[in-house]
Design a protein around this ligand. Structure first.
Ligand code: SAM
Ligand code: SF4
Length: 458
C-alpha cells in the first residue's frame, strides 16, 4: 500500500446521507420555493414522511442528534399540537401527490409524546395524506422508556418497525457515555414490543466509545445476537464537540485511538458476519430474510437522512424542527428553533430556513455517491447517460481516486466509448466514504473555507 490505512481512516469526509451535504444548504430556498416544489408533485409521486421530535428525558454525552432534555409534559403536548398544524399545512399543498409509503418518527425520542398526541398525529396524517395500505410505519425508541403500555400505543397507531438505541452493553462504557441501561432493560423492551406484535426491530450499536475494548465490544455483539433483531446498525462514534458542546462530558483520554477504532469496528463486523448477518453499506447489518438484505440484493436499497433505508417513497417530506425533506427539485430544511418554527406554522407559513435547488451536476454526482454508498459500485457511463452529462465532467474525480485505486481500495474500469465503472473492492469497503468524496464537487471548497468539519472516515 502506498498510503498507511490509518491515514485513510483519519481523513475527514461526510457520511453522505445527502448530496450535496447539509452545510451547503442556503437561505435562497424559502417558504415560497417549498410551496412551488410541493405544488409540482404529481399523482405518481409516492411520499415518505419524517417527523422530528427534539426531546429526550436526558441527554446522552455522545449524542449528535438535534434534541434537548425535558422532564415535563407541557412542551411535548404543545410541540405535538404544532406538528399537527404543520401536517395540515403541508397536506393541503400535496393533494395532487401519490400515496405515503413510509412514515418515520425520529428524534430525539419521539415516543416521549403522550399517547393521545401520538394517536392524534397519526389520525391527522391519515386525514391530510393518502396513507398506503402497505405503509411502513417506523419509530426510534429509547429502550429505557419502553413499557407494555407504550408497546400497546405503538401497535394502536400502526407502528410496524422500531429501532432501539442500545450502543453498548458494558456498564463502564455506559457510565462513560452517560447512559446506563443494563441488558435486562433492553431485553424487557424487546419482549414488550414483540408481545404487542412488533417484531421488525433494529438495534443501534456504536464503536469508538470511551472505555470500549475488544472484550466489551464482542460481549455487546453477543448480547445483541441473543435478542436476534432483524437489523443492526453499527455506527462509528462521531466526536464533534465543536458542534455538540455536551460531548465535552466525554473524557477524550478514554477514547480509543484511530487504530483501536479500526480494530473495534472489524471485531464487531466479523462477529456479525459470522452470525449470518449480511453487511449493508457503511454501517448496517441485516438477517438474510430481512427486507433490507433483500433490498441490497435486488438493487432497491437507498440512503437518506435516516441512513440506509428500504423506504419506497420517492419524495421525502420533513416535519418538525430541523427536519430535512428532499423533493425532485431539491432539499428543504426546517427552522431549528422550536419558537420560530411554531410561530411560522401558526401564521400559516412553511417553517423553512434553507435548502438547495438541485442542478443537473448535483443529481449526477448524488446518484453516483448513493450507488457507491449502497451497492459499492456505479456504472458511470449509464448514470451520465441518464442525467444527460458527459463522463468528461467527472475527470477530476478520476484523479482523486488514483491513490485509492493504487492501494487496491477501488477498481476503476475505463473502457472504449466512454464506458466507465467504479467499484469499491472488499478491502476498500470500510473507506467507501473516501470513494464517494472523490465525486463531491463541493468538498474542496468546504475544506478550504472551513464551512464543514466532518468526522474521521472510519
Ligand atoms: C435518535 S437516537 C435513537 C433513539 C433514542 N433516542 C435512543 O437513543 O435510544 C439515534 C441514534 O444515533 C446514534 N448516534 C447518536 N449520536 C451519535 C454520534 N455522535 N455518533 C454516532 N452515532 C450517534 C445512536 O446510535 C443513536 O441510537
Ligand atoms: S442518543 Fe437518543 S436518548 Fe440519547 S440524547 Fe440522543 S436522541 Fe436522546
Amino acid at each position: 500500500m502506498t498510503n498507511d490505512p490509518l491515514s485513510y481512516a483519519l481523513r475527514n469526509v461526510p457520511r453522505y446521507t445527502s448530496y450535496p451535504t447539509a452545510p451547503h444548504f442556503h437561505g435562497g430556498v424559502t417558504a415560497d420555493t417549498y410551496a412551488d416544489w410541493l405544488g409540482a408533485l404529481k399523482p405518481d409521486d409516492t411520499l415518505s414522511l419524517y417527523l422530528h421530535v427534539p426531546y429526550c428525558r436526558e441527554l446522552c454525552h455522545y449524542c449528535g442528534c438535534h434534541t434537548k432534555a425535558t422532564r415535563q409534559e407541557a412542551p411535548l403536548v404543545s410541540y405535538a399540537a404544532a406538528l399537527g398544524q404543520e401536517i395540515e399545512l403541508v397536506g393541503k399543498h400535496v393533494q395532487k401527490a401519490g400515496p405515503v409509503r413510509h412514515i418515520h418518527w425520529g428524534g430525539g425520542t419521539p415516543s416521549l409524546l403522550p399517547r393521545q398526541s401520538l394517536i392524534d398525529l397519526t389520525v391527522s396524517m391519515r386525514v391530510h395524506f393518502d396513507l398506503s395500505p402497505d405503509l411502513e410505519h417506523a419509530i426510534e425508541l429509547d429502550p429505557r422508556l419502553v413499557s407494555a403500555q407504550l408497546a400497546d400505543t405503538l401497535a394502536t397507531i400502526g407502528i410496524n418497525r422500531a429501532s432501539l438505541g442500545v450502543q453498548d452493553f458494558d456498564l463502564n462504557v455506559q457510565k462513560a457515555i452517560g447512559r446506563v441501561q443494563p441488558y435486562e432493560v433492553v431485553e424487557k423492551a424487546t419482549t414488550h414490543l414483540r408481545s404487542a406484535g412488533l417484531d421488525a426491530l433494529n438495534f443501534d450499536l456504536m464503536y469508538g466509545l470511551p472505555g470500549q475494548s475488544s472484550a466489551t465490544i464482542l460481549d455487546t455483539v453477543e448480547k445483541t445476537l441473543s435478542l436476534a433483531p432483524g437489523r443492526i446498525a453499527l455506527f462509528g462514534y462521531a466526536h464533534v464537540p465543536w458542534m455538540r458542546k455536551h460531548q465535552r462530558l466525554i473524557d477524550e483520554k478514554a477514547l480509543p485511538s484511530a487504530a483501536e477504532r479500526l480494530e473495534l469496528a472489524d471485531l464487531a463486523r466479523n462477529a456479525l458476519l459470522d452470525a449470518g448477518y449480511v453487511a449493508i453499506g457503511l454501517d448496517h447489518f441485516a438477517r438474510a430474510d430481512d427486507s433490507m438484505a433483500i433490498a441490497l440484493s435486488d438493487g432497491s436499497l437507498k440512503r437518506n437522512f435516516q441512513g440506509y433505508t428500504t423506504d419506497r417513497g420517492e419524495q421525502l417530506i420533513g416535519l418538525g424542527v430541523s427536519s430535512i425533506g428532499k423533493l425532485s427539485n431539491g432539499y428543504i430544511q426546517n427552522m431549528p428553533d422550536v419558537g420560530n418554527w411554531r410561530r411560522s406554522i401558526m401564521s400559516g407559513e412553511f417553517p423553512v430556513c434553507k435548502g438547495l435547488a438541485l442542478s443537473a451536476d448535483d443529481r449526477l454526482r448524488g446518484q453516483i455517491i448513493e450507488d457507491l454508498m449502497t451497492n459499492y459500485t456505479c456504472d458511470l457511463a449509464q448514470v451520465c447517460k441518464t442525467h444527460g452529462l458527459s463522463i468528461q465532467d467527472l475527470s477530476e474525480a478520476f484523479t482523486a481516486l488514483e491513490d485509492l485505486a493504487e492501494d487496491g481500495l477501488v477498481d476503476l474500469e475505463l473502457g472504449a466509448n466512454d464506458n466507465a465503472r467504479v467499484k469499491v473492492t472488499a478491502a476498500g469497503r470500510p473507506y467507501v466514504r473516501l470513494a464517494a468524496a472523490a465525486f463531491d464537487a463541493y468538498l474542496a471548497d468546504s475544506m478550504a473555507t472551513g464551512k464543514a468539519r466532518h468526522s474521521a472516515a472510519v
